[in-house]
Write a protein that binds this ligand. Structure first.
Ligand code: SF4
Ligand code: SF4
Length: 413
């Protein structure tokens, strides 16, 4: 590795050393309690998938450059230089971690391995060694923000084609079943690219009599998946600027766990941020929508970014109690729910990661099967894709559905 690159990576590492990060890096007692908590290790018991092992790959570099012993006697302090070989290890550690933080719930010190992995990702980006697919997707999102006027026409004609399907679910009272660019709307809804993310949400907004507007941008934040703070912010800013321009009171993010989490971290925004599930629970509580009960047995998979990392546990269960005749929890309970195994950009990398995703989430497939439910409900695009892949791979014979689409199908006047 060239000296200039090496030095710039050391500087990048230093930029991540907040008080919280120092605690994460200096506190681990190597007790190993977190080891079986990681779905990857629990499914494939190899040392490299143990959370503390992953963290150690970063910690050794920390010791080398930021502790006295590492600087002066690296051989004694288990310290490691930043080299090309170290980058390979960092990549394996960081992009096989989904950032689910299940290990953190078990760790007696609350060590956040996901945060430690953010250092690994930053170094890889600095060395241009991050997964190309994720970087490319992030760049495309950023450039969409810069060229929105050129893309508007195509977007609007695509939306027009979906309107009949919205009306089929809920006859619309207004002129536009999918309103866009509404200055003074109460809610800006940020969907994903795809009818499944727009039609059910639109039907429910209309049924609730909401004054809403559909965003020109999709919610997914590939910058967050790849771990690039600059691109994460640029992708988020597209939504922030649109919300400010339309003067909305609230931004509602679709069923995308990472997008919800990233948007909720906004500080000092002149609008509130809410996830679609929370919005639907609110409409139900306020009597703005009514639902018929659906037959069959249902369980719910908590997306890590919405539940464990975002604290939203009650709302989906409140909806499901009103929505289905037979709701059953998975075991272990929601706080300890197994990650689907598709987060951290793994699903976005598609076929590239399919085999690893299937092998590393065997425990999740067993948890789904153990519920004996006919339908597995979730509220995150990544989770939905991954759970559907698991359903096929392990021949579970279940149906995987989005919570929002059940709500839209069960609407009654
Ligand atoms: S955050 Fe999740 S995937 Fe990453 S090490 Fe911890 S348990 Fe494993
Ligand atoms: S549980 Fe916490 S202290 Fe123990 S090995 Fe894991 S990260 Fe380190």
């Amino acid at each position: 590795m060239e000296a200039q690159l090496h030095d710039s990576l050391v500087t990048l590492f230093e930029s991540k050393l907040s008080t919280q990060m120092l605690l994460n890096l200096e506190t681990c007692s190597r007790c190993g309690i977190c080891t079986p908590a990681c779905h990857a290790y629990a499914s494939m018991p190899l040392a490299k998938y143990a959370p503390a092992y992953r963290a150690e790959v970063v910690r050794r570099i920390y010791k080398r450059y930021f502790t006295k012993q590492g600087r002066f006697m690296p051989v004694l302090g288990e310290a490691k230089d930043i080299t090309d070989a170290a980058l390979v290890e960092l990549k394996e550690a960081a992009y096989s971690c989904t950032g689910c933080r299940r290990c953190m719930v078990y760790c007696p010190f609350g060590i956040d391995t996901q945060q430690i992995m953010s250092i690994a990702k930053l170094l890889l980006i600095g060395a241009q060694a991050e997964p190309e697919t994720l970087s490319m997707l992030a760049d495309m999102s950023v450039s969409k923000g810069e060229n929105i006027d050129a893309l508007k026409e195509g977007f609007l004609s695509g939306i027009k084609r979906l309107e009949d399907q919205v009306v089929e679910k809920w006859r619309s009272q207004g002129e536009h079943p999918i309103p866009t660019d509404v200055v003074g709307a109460d809610v800006l809804y940020v969907a994903l690219a795809g009818a499944h993310s727009i039609i059910p949400a639109a039907a429910v907004f209309n049924a609730a009599g909401e004054k809403w507007s559909l965003s020109f941008f999709e919610a997914v934040n590939f910058g967050a998946f790849v771990g690039d703070p600059t691109k994460t912010r640029l992708i988020l800013d597209r939504i922030v600027n649109e919300a400010k321009r339309l003067k909305v009171k609230e931004v509602c993010i679709c069923e995308c766990g990472t997008a919800v989490r990233v948007a909720k971290q906004l500080k000092d925004a002149p609008f509130a941020v809410v996830g679609l599930t929370e919005m639907h629970a609110r409409y139900l509580r306020q009597g703005r929508i009514k639902l018929r009960k659906l037959p069959g047995s249902y369980t719910y998979h908590d997306p890590c970014q919405i539940a464990r990392n975002g604290g939203v546990y009650d709302e989906p269960r409140y909806i499901l109690r009103h929505l289905v005749e037979d709701f059953r929890e998975m075991s272990p309970d929601p706080k300890y729910n197994w990650c689907c195994g598709g987060g951290g950009g793994l699903v976005a990398m598609g076929e590239e990661t399919l085999e690893f995703r299937m092998q590393s989430a065997k425990v999740k497939a067993e948890q789904m099967r153990g519920s004996k439910a006919e339908v597995v409900v979730t509220a995150c695009e990544n989770c939905h894709t991954q759970l559907s892949d698991l359903n096929r791979h392990y021949a579970l014979g279940q149906r995987v559905v989005f919570l929002s689409s059940l709500v839209a199908d069960a609407l009654i006047p």
